[in-house]
Write a protein that binds this ligand. Sequence first.
Ligand SMILES: Nc1ncnc2c1ncn2[C@@H]1O[C@H](COP(=O)(O)OP(=O)(O)OP(=O)(O)O)[C@@H](O)[C@H]1O
Length: 315
Amino acid sequence: MKNNADQPVVTMHNVAKHYDKVTALKNVNLNLFAGEVLGLFGHNGAGKTTMMKLILGIIKSTHGEVKVFDTDPMSAQAFESRKHIGYLPENVSFYDHLTGKEVLTYFARLKQAPKSQVVELLEQVGLTHAMKRPVKTYSKGMRQRLGLAQAFLGTPKLLLLDEPTVGLDPIATQEFYQSVDKLKVSGASIILCSHVLPGVEQHIDKAMIISSGQPLAQGSLVELRERAQLPVNIKTKGLNGALVADERFVDFLVKANHLQVPESQKLTITRQLLDMESITDIQVEPADLEQVYQYYLSGKFNASHKAHTLTQEQK
Ligand SMILES: Nc1ncnc2c1ncn2[C@@H]1O[C@H](COP(=O)(O)OP(=O)(O)OP(=O)(O)O)[C@@H](O)[C@H]1O
């Protein structure tokens, strides 16, 4: 398996995938480097799973080039590198009559991962107490945890995680993101598909937003925010409705204590607010991932943004 630090772990160059008349993906360009986490966001049927399947070598692109560890994932040479790829499919399902431990042991064998990892991973995902029970007795969240343990087997250098937090409770979600952060620090590259946007933001390095198979935007969140020029959220406490009555703020009012202000006016407005006597607290936050996502999906950006995004990614 070839892999050196300045070479991308995954490259996609002008990739398209058609199923008969359905265009599942088109114009996809991507360079994902070691230690990078990509958030892949899009509506149902946008093409996220198709992209993962292309990277896994389950399906072949209709057009363009996909390389994983500098190898065509459909080729016989990709066999060796598969051991270093972890995949959590959406709606994970297992052999229901096997216990959690047996399922994981089976996958560890397939992946040639050390047997000792089975119990370690079951502990990491909080399934030690249930590891001797058949999977058919597991709740949805427990199945999802087992799925994650399966994806983390071996020493994955590339992880493809399709809706990894679905069914997980808040603590398990937090633990999952801690695992993601650790894997990233160890140099693993991760592609993470999610419909649940809150909480993802601080764990990804870049995002790709796709709609109907077409990437609408990609880059770091800072870049995506800059390009979108989304307003900054300013939330105040203690002003008791004074903002509503003040004509300096009326154009920016979202709620009685919440303003959305263009970046260029952020400092001026913040100073004016801080000068108000009754103010007790102020929070200034950039647009969150949800707002960035909504912006690009709503089609408010124009063709020149699209061209800019693609050119940036091809550099
Ligand atoms: N085997 C197939 N044959 C025909 N069309 C397919 C096939 N697989 C996927 N598609 C179509 O390709 C498009 C992209 O599907 P894909 O599963 O990649 O979307 P997704 O973004 O993962 O959706 P979701 O969020 O619902 O999982 C959809 O229109 C889907 O119906």
